[in-house]
Design a protein around this ligand. Structure first.
Ligand code: ADP
Ligand code: ZN
Ligand code: ZN
Length: 751
């Protein structure tokens, strides 16, 4: 008889056996989605494998598959294999990875089309409401809807109810008070049009010598499927023409009848990026980005599934595009954090790309100006090929980088009784004035949003700090709106005027944020056109694009922002980049703090002088002699690699070992501690000398949304046995219901 192993869409991490009835025998294959009886009801599942079994023995009578979900696509067998590998390696259930392989919209197969979607009402009205009702319990439901919509626009009533529990009556009340509104146009549609606008076709450039060498290596991989090492690191400085290399490599793959996937970080998936690919490949391109509506996502996915599109470009999840005869996967900005998914399955799209390449015998290009230590390590050890682009393609020189000592500037300012020069040193002010005079553009970068990091009481005796009641973190203070926001859970509250604890008349704030930079810049350069871009001002992807478009057209002189502006933007008229404080990311207790700071500074600096004008970068710092900052200033990645990897090798941190984080969270702290200790103690005896096990302790973010969080870590080169044990303990053993346990394999940050 024929028996199928089926993954049922429930979080059980189990494969179940089902009989294949004769009339379905020809249709049931791996990857096909089926209806199966489960308990007293019926469920959807995915067939993993089918086998012929004689004399099947079982305690239970086998149930039979009831039907094939006929209008549902099937997963290619190789993708299913990739999914199984991910479930094992990233320690999550099989159902979770299958979900990741198929976009929800495709899985559900029905559209939310035609439903009303809601957006926030006028900002001033909403702010006003927060001020008058922010602390009232009775308004809690309404406030939570407003918070939700300020993070995510255009939600349907169902989505709102699902996310925060507020029902139709609450939505109606908010509509009546004009605190929310019905989205007037479907913004996803206009956005899509912008992504799809007709683009003038463009021709390949004649490669530079360095590009030609890289291309030769990549063509060789595409032409010779028997070549063993199929992954290469394309290490090229900003503006060296990596994208041109991707474009020509993809063209070569297409010529061979193969298909290709391009992964970019969501943040750089702008119409500008898509335009470059569209100009070369026209409609052979399918674009998958997070702002598509369900119907659009299904449509793009179907284009790929039916092989009408041969190239899929998108963020993380585009890696699972069901392309046949895959020849090439490109991972641009491979060092980017955002390739690691922060919820289950907690996979790294870069590493899974290498795995998919292996399974489908495709070539994989990892591109970056600041490679991850892992990839560079692999390239040095011959596990990956290495192609280097050291010069900018258009021969514009790399920008000149200057360091300004903030401590010195502060001392000088104190002597002269000046204000604000700790934000803008005289060097930076002069440089900005020069650019404004020449009608050139300036980017100012600070890695912190808000006006200040903290609002606190100045009285010595009082300890009051504005903190989120649900999280172990101080609120971020936004001056112009007189608001406090929590960076962890998104809670919004009105900023108090007096100290709620001792009634002190004044409150002070610490720590500079982008909003304060903006305020200072407007004061120092009153005639300049200035805009700020961070997650507070850019509530939708639209405002993001609008601001960038204005900047591109020269309607702005100074753009101030966070990470958002550090990545992949190419503005020929930007000749000055100022980093307000380079130290802000440096003193965090995280092994990757140095790496991130180095990457960020190099990427930000790369925004200057992309055109034919000479670029300049000014980095303000309190630690001009810090090694990381020195290497970033010298733009010397290999030296930074030597420096940082020496430390990591001693500690067996990645790339010299794997890092597994075990998290437990729950509302009852004692339960959380009890469970994580129990799991840890079961594993501890099996940790050989080669494995470093770090005892459970409160996690760096010790409380989020009212839940306590604890962490234990394991690291070492040979850790797969420990990983398997942990996976079993977390997914299959029963602990306390009130405690969530999960594992983060190859954790990027410990949170
Ligand atoms: P990267 O992706 O490495 O940052 P890009 O591919 O964006 O670099 O290239 C930077 C600029 O150089 C772009 O304007 C691009 O059109 C141009 N460019 C790239 N390769 C060449 C080439 N071979 N000849 C002339 N211009 C090139
Ligand atoms: Zn919070
Ligand atoms: Zn006080």
């Amino acid at each position: 008889m024929l028996i199928a192993k089926v993954i049922v869409e429930l979080s059980l991490d189990k494969k179940f056996d089902y009989l294949v009835p004769p009339e379905l025998a020809s249709a049931v294959r791996p990857g096909v989605r089926v209806e199966v009886p489960f308990g007293k009801s019926s469920r959807t599942g995915c067939v993993l494998s089918v086998s012929e079994v004689e004399n099947f023995q079982s305690k239970f009578a086998l149930k039979a598959i009831t039907a094939i979900k006929s209008n549902s696509p099937q997963l290619p067998a190789k993708l299913l294999e990739l999914g199984s590998w991910m479930a094992d390696y990233y320690c999550c259930s099989y159902e979770q990875t299958i979900k990741a392989l198929l976009p929800g919209a495709v899985r559900r197969g029905t559209a939310n089309r035609g439903k009303r979607r809601f957006v926030l009402g006028e900002q001033s009205k909403v702010d006003e409401y927060f001020h008058t009702h922010g602390n009232r319990k009775s308004a809690a439901k309404r406030l939570s809807v407003l918070q939700l919509l300020s993070r995510e626009e255009n939600l349907t009533a169902e989505e709102i109810t699902q996310s925060c529990g507020a029902g139709a009556s609450v939505i109606k009340a908010l509509l009546d008070e004009e605190l929310i509104a019905v989205g007037s146009v479907d913004p996803t549609a206009t956005r899509r049009e912008r992504f799809q606008t007709q683009v003038a076709p463009d021709q390949p450039r004649t490669p530079t010598g360095e590009q030609a060498k890289a291309l030769e290596g990549i063509y060789y991989l595409l032409d010779h499927e028997e070549e063993k090492v199929r992954t290469g690191l394309l290490f090229g400085v900003t503006g060296s023409g990596k994208t041109e290399v991707y474009l020509q490599s993809i063209a070569h793959a297409l010529k061979l009848g193969k298909s290709a996937i391009v992964l970019v970080p969501e943040i750089s998936l702008t119409p500008q990026t898509v335009r470059r690919f569209r100009a070369r490949f026209g409609n052979a391109l399918a674009v998958l980005h997070s702002r598509l509506s369900d119907a659009e996502r299904r449509e793009e996915w179907q284009k790929i599934y039916k092989q009408e599109a041969k190239i899929a470009i998108g963020a993380r999840s585009a890696l699972f595009a069901p392309l046949a005869n895959l020849g090439l996967i490109v991972v641009d900005e491979e060092h980017e954090n955002s390739y690691k998914q922060s919820e289950a399955p907690r996979y790294s799209a870069r590493d899974v790309a290498v795995m998919r390449g292996k399974l489908e015998n495709a070539a994989v290009i990892l591109g970056s100006a600041t490679p991850s230590l892992e990839s560079y390590y692999n390239a040095l050890n011959g596990k990956y090929k290495l192609w280097t682009l050291q010069h900018r393609a258009e021969d514009s020189p790399l920008p000149e980088v200057k360091v300004v000592d903030l401590a010195l500037a502060q001392a000088r300012a104190r002597e002269n009784h000046e204000k604000n020069s700790s934000l803008f040193t005289p060097e930076l002010v002069t440089a900005i004035h020069d650019r404004l005079r020449l009608k050139e553009q300036v980017i100012l970068f600070l890695n912190r949003r808000g006006f200040a990091r903290e609002l606190a009481c100045p009285e010595d005796i009082c300890t009051w700090v504005a903190e989120c009641p649900d999280c172990s973190k101080a609120y971020i203070y936004h001056k112009s709106r007189q608001m406090l926001t929590c960076g962890l859970c998104g809670r919004i509250a009105p900023a108090p005027v007096h100290c709620p604890q001792c009634n002190s008349e004044v409150l002070k704030f610490h720590g500079v944020g982008t909003e304060r930079i903006e305020e200072a810049a407007r004061r120092i350069f009153p005639y300049a056109r200035i805009e700020r871009m961070d997650s507070d001002t850019m509530r939708s992807a639209d405002s993001h694009e609008i601001t960038l478009e204005k900047f591109r057209r020269g309607e702005l002189d100074i753009l101030i922002g966070t990470q958002m502006i550090a990545k992949g933007l190419d503005f020929p008229n930007v000749t000055l980049v100022g980093v307000i404080n380079a130290d802000s990311g440096l003193n965090i207790p995280d092994v990757r703090a140095s790496e991130r700071t180095f990457q960020l500074l190099t990427q930000v600096a790369g925004r200057a002088g992309r055109g034919d004008k000479h670029g300049e970068v000014i980095i303000q710092t309190f630690s001009p002699y810090n090694d990381v900052i020195r290497y970033a200033v010298a733009q010397d990645f290999p030296a930074f690699y030597e420096y940082d990897s020496a430390v990591r090798q001693i500690l067996q941190y990645p790339p010299f070992g794997h890092l597994i984080a075990l998290y437990a969270r729950g509302e009852n702290e004692n339960d959380v501690v009890e469970v994580i200790n129990a799991v840890f103690n079961k594993v501890k005896p099996y940790c050989t000398e080669e494995v470093v096990a770090v005892e459970p302790a409160p996690a760096p973010l010790a409380r989020i949304k009212g839940k306590y969080r604890y962490i234990a870590t394991f690291r070492g080169e040979k850790i797969s046995q420990i990983r398997r044990m942990l996976r079993h303990l977390v997914l299959h053993e029963v602990w306390k219901k009130s405690v969530d346990l999960y594992l983060d394999m190859d954790a990027q940050t410990l949170t």
